[in-house]
Design a binder for this molecule. Structure first.
Ligand SMILES: O=C(O)CCC(=O)C(=O)O
Length: 250
């Protein structure tokens, strides 16, 4: 099955007005298999260090430094052109992460509560996009992502720690939102201000996913009230389309 190479006008319109859109298939079978192999490599390392993670969510962040395959996909996959159409011609890959939601076994630990991505690290202007790719078929049973359509219109909301012993930031949200049900290789895109979450994995198999965040190469970031810095200052940022502004002290 072929991958998507451009967006329809109605997809662009939905992204603008609702703050999220289903992109369709962005990984072909061969890419999907290679991404799954990379996910397994990182997961096994984590589990070897901490076997208790077997019924929790395992995160492997900023893996472009550790995998040529992942770096090439983030920099040249079909989603780059889609993100360029939705964000800006000068585009930076800003964040990338495998998220593996292991079966819960009723621990309830694998929930990722409601948040905006910019609630963790704010981007200004907030035109950044997250492209979340399913590495397995996902639905309500195994912990798909849920989004709140039009929530991006509210701007950046106040996030608080979920509890004293949790690093999760969250906020009260009314209603259930809308599940993003995807086949493996398909992706959902949402803005940095779109409320989203994922619930528990009630199946007996891990739910594997990979996501990428892209931002306008001219935007700035601030982590939890720290001073603003250009996104290009981060060693995790890669320019994937166009060019970055050249700093004064170049
Ligand atoms: O993959 C998931 O379950 C949700 C992850 C997420 O929303 C995030 O890392 O911001």
């Amino acid at each position: 099955m072929s991958v998507v190479t451009s967006l329809t006008e109605s997809q662009r319109e939905q992204y603008r007005t609702e703050g999220w859109v289903m992109l369709g298939r962005i990984m072909d079978d061969a890419t999907l298999e290679r991404m799954r192999a990379e996910e397994l490599r990182f997961r096994q390392l984590r589990l070897a260090k901490d076997p208790a993670l077997c019924n929790q969510t395992i995160f492997a962040s900023q893996v472009c430094h550790m995998s040529e395959m992942v770096r090439r996909f983030c920099a040249t996959g079909p989603q780059v052109e889609l993100a360029r159409q939705l964000v800006a011609p000068d585009l930076a890959l800003w964040f990338n992460q495998f998220v593996t939601k292991n079966p819960d076994g009723d621990s309830g630990r694998s929930e990722f509560p409601w948040h905006q991505d910019n609630g963790y690290v704010a981007i200004d202007p907030p035109t950044n996009i997250t492209i979340w790719v399913a590495l397995d078929d996902v639905d309500e049973r195994n912990g798909c992502v849920w989004v709140v359509p039009r929530s991006h219109e509210k701007g950046l909301l106040d996030h608080r720690r979920k509890s004293e012993d949790s690093w999760h930031l969250t906020l009260p949200v009314e209603g259930d939102g809308q599940p993003a049900i995807l086949k493996a290789g398909e992706a959902v895109a949402f803005t940095g201000l779109t409320l989203h979450r994922s619930k528990l994995n009630h199946t007996n198999r891990p739910r594997r996913a990979f996501f990428m965040e892209y931002a306008d190469a001219r935007s700035r970031y601030s982590r939890q009230g720290e001073p603003w810095k250009p996104v290009t200052d981060s060693s995790n940022t890669w320019i994937v389309a166009g060019a970055a502004p050249i700093p004064d002290d170049f």
